[in-house]
Ligand binder design. Structure first.
Ligand SMILES: Nc1ncnc2c1ncn2[C@@H]1O[C@H](COP(=O)(O)OP(=O)(O)OP(=O)(O)O)[C@@H](O)[C@H]1O
Ligand SMILES: [Mg+2]
Length: 312
């Protein structure tokens, strides 16, 4: 099943020259984890060499909702994503972490082909959503985007009522049955932990809500469309700690019901809210595994250094 996710040997695709890899010396069982600064793989990456990602078996054992397959992306001459291969597990929360500029948003935006809108962008490789090629030239991008929900850093409610924001995707699809719209509105707002706060003011403008409420409204709007995957790009970065806590609780509640791919800079948030964590650096996937493993016993000392805040 995962054959397509196994990267071919370097240099065999003809698209890229063979690159030397950097071999990590095996760590002896029980050997203390090194306290020295991050080096080896990250230094190799910084020097422009290609390295293999450490993808844990726990990730590969999950059925995927998304499969990123040898995906490269360039902005003009500058390569921003390097041969990313990663499955995103179904009905789990996956966090993307890594220093600023490492390509997290670029990867997220590539999933729903928002990067198509950037003229200088060129890609190779593919991604699949529930088995369907996202970059197949025959893929209808409008239909594709309906299959995923995206929530950005800054809440972007539409200038309309709370109710109309939530049922927006159904309106676009021509739904006019009031009972259906009411039901979806309530279910989505409950799903986004917002119902009790707004049930008496559904017809008021969404622009009058607080930032934290607006962000939960955007999540409700995304959920209402029943997306196959929910993409969240730093959904809490513009919020205060209380609103952040509410979004984190919400992400906890979405666990198991929705497939979520979430970018965060907040390591505590990643460790609290996600099932899996992928660590990226300079456009490469470095290590990817169950969140508890990434935070307590990562394979690479570079990952440990990053998640414990010793660099980045
Ligand atoms: N539209 C664009 N045109 C050219 N270069 C871009 C564009 N968007 C991003 N980049 C570059 O691609 C690289 C990855 O950027 P990206 O925004 O994906 O990083 P990020 O990991 O999301 O960072 P942050 O944590 O700061 O949000 C950066 O070097 C950035 O400057
Ligand atoms: Mg970003």
């Amino acid at each position: 099943m995962y054959d397509s996710l196994v990267p071919p040997r370097r240099g065999v695709t003809g698209a890229e020259p063979a690159m030397p890899t950097v071999d990590e010396p095996p760590r002896e069982a029980g050997a203390p984890r090194a306290a020295e600064p991050p080096q080896d793989r990250l230094a190799a990456v910084a020097a422009g060499r290609e390295v293999e990602a450490e993808v844990h078996d726990s990730v590969l054992a999950e059925p995927p909702v998304l499969e990123v397959d040898r995906f490269n992306l360039w902005y003009g001459a500058k390569q921003a994503l390097h041969r990313i291969t990663m499955p995103v597990p179904l009905n789990k929360v996956t966090a993307l972490v890594g220093p600023s500029g490492c390509g997290k948003s670029t990867l997220l935006r590539s999933v729903n082909r928002l990067n198509d809108l950037v003229q200088s962008v060129r890609i190779t490789g593919d991604m699949r959503i529930n088995g369907d090629s996202i970059y197949d030239p025959r893929m209808d991008v409008i239909e594709l985007r309906k299959r995923m929900g995206m929530v950005f850093q800054k809440p972007n409610p539409f200038p309309m009522s709370i109710y109309e924001n939530v049922v927006y995707s159904l309106r676009i699809d021509g739904e006019t049955n009031r009972a259906v719209l009411d039901e979806v509105c309530e279910r989505s707002l409950r799903g986004a932990a917002l119902w009790d706060e707004v049930k008496d003011r559904l017809q008021e403008s969404a622009l009058g809500m607080s930032g934290g409420q607006q962000q939960r409204l955007c999540i409700a709007r995304a959920i209402a469309a029943e997306p196959e995957v929910l993409l969240l790009d730093e959904p809490c970065s513009a919020l205060d700690p209380i609103a952040t806590g509410k979004i984190e609780d919400l992400i906890q509640e979405l666990r198991g019901q929705y497939s979520v791919l979430m970018v965060t800079h907040n390591m505590q948030q990643a460790s609290r809210s996600s099932d899996y964590t992928a660590f990226m650096y300079l456009g490469r996937l470095i290590e990817y595994g169950a969140t508890t493993d990434i935070f307590t016993k990562p394979v690479l000392r570079e990952t440990e250094a990053y998640v414990t805040g010793r660099f980045g």
